[in-house]
Design a protein around this ligand. Structure first.
Ligand code: PLP
Length: 375
């Protein structure tokens, strides 16, 4: 909440000013100040870097242009040419597409596995990097971070913490080497910035990441950093309303006959409920439903849906619904989607901050419509 407030020494602004200048003055060609060129280093981005590193308990953070830029950055930092990446099979579709692309290009060897299956341990043989996303997108499966770290056999462990944010889960304290965020989601929280961040546990790794973020030209803009820091100030307050609304929705739609499955780690019958209760300090506000009537039921659900917008992304103040098979996870092959458990009847819901009664009545009406043909 308070990151950077009251630190401005130029005019005493309470809210730290935005520094848009690309260039900074040199006294002589040899004498540069702490800032020289904005791709490399920028005071506004530095405030966000510091805030995210502090929240995650890391030694340093690099804010980059998108969440996927942070994925590319960790691959470039930790995976040598031809090195092995072991990645959860049910990650965000764009992450899967990027790692799969680099595999096709022979830049690295990707092994996509179910981290909860017996295939996980053998897959670690010779790995440079283990990529976990927990809770996973869109199935909300939970990976036991401590167990992955213990099994890692020298491979570095990165955890995509986008769904929880540092307020609900702190992977570095469980032994992970890096935490990755799409700050586009909860951290900014207002659906008006695309951004990412990579937080490192050690100062040495943070320096390597910072070097490559600049060398590859991945760093985030000052304006985006300013907006994201502004969004971050209300993260705690937003999460409390997200949580209350999600709890109300779960109560209202559990057991609805239009559902074959309701995926949310807060449900006692969720397969990873106990682990989520241990590892996280909240269950999050992303809920995934699977409709009994498959794709036709999805169309009936969406036709006339109120309050919720059909759109990609999640974690903003507004409630959204998305059809992963054709939207966020369209970049995966059909086979990979099937292996990850993503069905054509699945919808991912991002619960926003609107009045709870409005959200519940919109969802119940949509589920009633979805059910009609299946009776
Ligand atoms: N990680 C997760 C869990 C995501 O959901 C997303 C985007 O949806 C990303 C990474 C990629 O982030 P961005 O869209 O900011 O590039």
């Amino acid at each position: 909440m308070r990151a950077g407030l009251g630190t401005d020494t130029s005019v005493g602004a309470v809210v730290p000013p935005i520094h848009l200048s690309t260039n900074y003055l040199f006294a002589t060609p040899e004498q540069r100040g702490p800032y020289d060129y904005s791709r490399s280093v920028n005071p506004t981005r530095d405030l966000l870097n510091e805030a995210l590193a502090a929240l995650e308990g890391g030694a340093g953070a690099s804010v980059v242009a998108t969440g996927l830029a942070a994925v590319l950055l960790i691959l470039e930092t930790e995976v040598p040419q031809g090195g092995v990446v072991v990645c959860q099979h049910d990650v965000y579709g764009g992450t899967w597409r990027l790692i799969n692309h680099l595999h096709q290009q022979r830049r690295l060897k990707a092994r996509f596995v179910d981290f909860a299956s017996p295939d996980f341990l053998p897959a670690l043989d010779g790995a440079s990097l283990i990529f976990a996303e927990t809770p996973s997108n869109p199935l909300l499966r939970i990976t036991d971070i401590t167990a992955v770290v213990e099994a890692s056999q020298g491979a570095k462990v990165v955890v995509d913490n986008t769904f929880c944010s540092p307020l609900l889960q702190q992977p570095l304290s469980l032994g992970a080497d890096y935490v990755l965020h799409s700050t586009t989601k909860f951290i900014n929280g207002h659906s008006d910035v695309v951004g990412g961040a990579l937080v490192s546990r050690t100062a040495e790794d943070a320096e390597r990441v910072k070097y490559l973020a600049n060398a590859f030209g991945l760093t985030g803009s000052a304006f985006d950093s300013y907006l994201t820091l502004r969004g971050l100030r209300t993260l705690d307050a937003r999460l409390r309303v997200h949580a209350a609304n999600t709890a109300g929705i779960i109560d209202a739609i559990s057991g609805h006959p239009a559902l074959t499955a309701l995926h949310w780690p807060g449900l006692p019958d969720h397969p990873d409920h106990d682990l989520a209760a241990l590892q996280q300090s909240g269950f999050g506000s992303i809920v995934t439903i699977d409709l009994t009537g498959g794709r036709p039921a999805v169309d009936r659900f969406l036709d006339g849906l109120e309050v919720f917008h059909l759109a990609e992304s999640l974690g903003g103040v507004e409630s959204l619904v998305c059809h992963p098979a054709t939207m966020t996870h369209a970049g995966m092959t059909q086979k990979a989607r099937a292996e990850a458990g993503i069905t054509d009847g699945m919808l991912r819901i991002s619960v926003g901050l609107e009045a709870q009664e409005a959200l519940i009545s919109a969802l119940v009406a949509a589920l009633d419509r979805a059910r009609v043909e299946t009776r």
